[in-house]
Design a protein. Structure first.
Length: 148
């Protein structure tokens, strides 16, 4: 198994801390609240643990040198390494996964978590996404891989 570089390992390890905080929030609040409530409580919990958390981070699209402010916003970015997309929906669909993958592509970050708090057990609502290494580092082409 190929060793991950330090930044990627740090981001991957950070997801475990984020998931622990998400479990705490879910246990305290349960399902049924608005997405914004879970987002705010998760931000609070992560900051209590000493992590740097940015909230509602705008993500522009750059097309042939033209920067478009299209209203894309990342719910949370933890330590400038991990995107956290918070949902409170009946079921996670492919469109939600596509959103997380698109955010990885637009930001160049390596790890994203998609968290659906509207579930009985939070582990049912967790999806983890990573970007693959560039084609010259591995045989695979540069792309995003699904839940991991």
């Amino acid at each position: 198994m190929r060793k991950h570089n330090i930044a990627r390992a740090t981001a991957w390890d950070l997801t475990e801390v984020i998931l622990g905080a998400a479990v705490q929030v879910h246990r305290a609040l349960g399902p049924g609240l608005l997405e914004s409530a879970y987002e705010e409580c998760l931000r609070f919990e992560l900051e209590r643990q000493g992590l740097k958390v940015s909230q509602q981070v705008p993500v522009p699209i750059v097309y042939k040198g033209l920067t478009l402010e299209c209203g894309y916003r990342l719910d949370l970015v933890v330590q400038n390494l991990v995107i956290v997309e918070v949902k409170a929906v009946e079921t996670l669909h492919r469109v939600h996964e596509a959103q997380a993958i698109t955010y990885l592509k637009l930001t160049g970050l390596d790890v994203a978590l998609l968290l659906n708090f509207n579930v009985f057990s939070l582990k049912e609502g967790i999806r983890r996404f990573t970007r693959r290494a560039p084609a010259d580092a591995e045989p695979a082409t540069s792309a995003c891989q699904g839940p991991g």
